[in-house]
Design a protein around this ligand. Structure first.
Ligand SMILES: [Zn+2]
Length: 347
């Protein structure tokens, strides 16, 4: 096994800088080493070195690796949990995805997401309880409130105070914390949503086990996450792939290893496929342009606020979706009625 070279934060390399020198513009984040979230192994192939091309919260370079055993892609050194306040600045889009800021892209996404989400809610009993894990400012809860049944009980949980404040300001019931540590009742929920959540958490296995505890027997979880089995990944995997979202996406999956993660957390898999998304195409181009110091007006054509590039890449991704390789993986997993205890540490 060859251990990949660990990328040191820039400040560590400049530790002999004279005391009088001005501090760097964006000080390094405290980082910690990781292992594969499924196998627990550290045997991994180096894939990419990249930086925060979107929010520039620090100048650090990050190393992404792929587990030799299960193929999960993860950050070899990632920000310590104590750094989350810096990693997710208040301007982070998931905390403030408003129509004022994102215009047409926001309206289209609302319509599209409602159409995607509601079919998975048809099976809910009357008074069904839904928990959105990592709900951000409550975007999906808002959709369910607007388009779903009136008697559903909707709750969210998010670790960011900014997000929780924004969601509560919209009248949503949101708990501060994580699925593991928030004070939530066991065996209560019919459906858990983990939409763009699992890639952000430090221990996806722990999160799924916590969700398993919170769900009623027979309850389901809907997971949507970036797909590494795509052409955009293959083309941009050494640095610019949008799905890395350096340094915020800590574990990235394909259908195979997401299935493995779910089964080791005690779930059966009801449904697994991919869905169309223009986002990682758009941000791969964005990141490439940022790296080439392209003019700002051009970079801004490739963001969540640019309907032009999102539209074009929706068509592009639709072609790959026909081959079963859309930009996102979608899984619907179920806690068995006769719940067997989830497997031991890392299964
Ligand atoms: Zn692994």
């Amino acid at each position: 096994m060859s251990e990949p070279t660990l990328v040191e934060p820039r400040a560590a390399r400049g530790a002999d800088r004279p005391v009088e020198a001005p501090p760097p513009l964006s000080p390094s984040l405290a980082l910690e080493p990781t292992a594969c979230c499924i196998c627990g192994h550290r045997d991994a192939v180096p894939l990419a070195v990249g930086e925060d091309f979107e929010y520039h919260v620090s100048a650090d370079q990050y190393l992404a690796v792929r587990c030799r055993e299960c193929g999960v892609v993860y950050l070899r050194l990632r920000p310590a949990l104590s750094e989350l306040g810096r990693v997710y600045p208040p301007t982070y889009h998931a905390f403030d995805f408003s129509s004022e800021k994102f215009g047409l892209a926001h309206r289209v996404r609302r319509w599209l997401e409602a159409r995607r989400l509601l079919p998975w809610c048809r099976e809910l009993p009357s008074g069904g309880r839904i928990l959105d894990v990592g709900c951000g400012d409550g975007f999906h809860l808002g959709l369910l409130q607007e388009y779903g049944a009136r008697d559903w009980e909707l709750e969210g949980v998010d670790a960011s105070e900014w997000a929780v404040q924004a969601g509560r300001a919209r009248g949503l019931r949101i708990h501060l914390g994580t699925a593991q540590d928030a004070d939530l009742p066991a065996e209560t929920y019919d459906l858990a949503l983990l939409i763009a959540t699992i890639e952000h958490v430090d221990d996806p296995m722990n999160v799924l086990r916590a969700v398993h505890r919170l769900l009623k027997p027979g309850g389901r979880a809907l997971i949507v996450t970036d797909n590494t089995d795509t052409l955009s990944f293959r083309l941009f995997q050494t640095r610019h792939w949008g799905g890395y979202h350096f340094p915020r996406h800590w574990n990235l999956f394909d259908q195979q290893n997401l299935r493995l993660l779910a089964s080791r957390a005690g779930f059966t898999v009801d449904h697994m496929d991919t869905i169309v998304s223009p986002v990682n195409w758009t941000y791969s181009i964005h990141n490439f342009l940022v790296d080439r110091h392209a003019p700002d007006w051009l970079v801004r054509r490739f963001t969540l606020a640019s309907p032009g590039s999102l539209g074009v890449f929706t068509i592009v991704d639709r072609i790959f979706q026909l081959m079963g390789r859309g930009g996102l993986v979608r899984a619907v997993i179920r806690k068995p009625l006769q719940a067997s205890a989830p497997g031991g540490a890392n299964g």
